[in-house]
Design a protein around this ligand. Sequence first.
Ligand SMILES: *Cc1c(COP(=O)(O)O)cnc(C)c1O
Length: 392
Amino acid sequence: MIYLDNAATTRTAPEVVEAMLPYFTEYYGNASSIYKLGSESKKTAISARETIAKTLHVETNEIYFTAGGSEADNWALKAAYEAYQNKGKHIITSKIEHHAVLHTCEYLEKQGAEITYLDVDENGVVDLEQLERAIRPDTILISIMYANNEIGTLQPIEEIGEIALKHGVLFHTDAVQAYGQLPIDAPKLHIDMLSASGHKLNGPKGVGFLYINKKVRIRSFIHGGQQERGRRAGTENIPGIVGMAAAAERAFRIMEEKNRKEIELRDYLIERIQKEVPYVKLNGHPTKRLPNNINFSFEFIEGESMLIMLDMKGICASSGSACTSGSLDPSHVLLAIGLPHEKAHGSLRLTLSEENTKEEMDIVADEIRAIVDRLRNMSPLWEDFVKRQERK
Ligand SMILES: *Cc1c(COP(=O)(O)O)cnc(C)c1O
């Protein structure tokens, strides 16, 4: 098997599993209890929080554990909307956010919020001038993702942070794809809130965190006990929290080496495909992109059919096309960068890890070339196109 879907989820690193195990069977105490077994859990949660806070250059008390990236995104948007109603009801986001942000925005619109969805250019980058023009006296929040999960494009986060600061507007970033892949200095970038998720950086599923700058007035999200300083109730998921911290520690330790390796493999595979397959387009920014992201559109092809044929060869990938996402519409991200429907349907996302090899890239390039050939030969659109070319 060749696994190239690390933007969907990653393999939990063995050292992360190792770190978690004792917290299921040995140190299983409730962190709120007084006896030693409980205080062991409490100490562990504090040290995990410290580990994570350090990676972002923020204070320990500004990290709030959640049940993943979607919860962190929901919390940031819904709670900011509630807490800042006296200032206004206007939120600015982009058209290429993850559904955890976009669907929360749609929900808030039903509650009376006004949302501006910024366009992106053909590489998927937001326009800073359009952002600044969109700010109004009643704007309470800007939520722009750090790195896109489909096309890998990185946003000008520091510039967005500066604009938010200048206008006194809160800045939240969904950094689920970026955290653990890139160094992030939250105060330097003027980020007020940041979402991350364990399972995107070789940690466990179902745990993540929201960084909330201490100056942000935000309400509690899950009501109940006093966990997470009264802002997110529920008995702490200690094994998950330990796993999140172990994954973060590991990601930052191996970051440089991992990025170097992934970039080399990424660029090698991109080059082979672009050389060997005609009518293909690389989606996303050519250089300002995640080290592990490749996203292609192949003309005259259904992404879905490609995925099935790749799967038969033991290759796991993903597509921005119809059925995978359970809807008939192609990816909102690919449409936002200006791809027509048929090209958006023919897209393929390959997201690498440091465990991939050059041999695997060669196998994948060979398979893609063969599959594209086969599918195009079955396609009436391709046949028409070839005939028209011949007539010219
Ligand atoms: C995966 C992902 C999420 C959701 O995180 P979960 O932990 O799976 O809930 C949110 N935003 C982005 C950009 C993602 O890639």
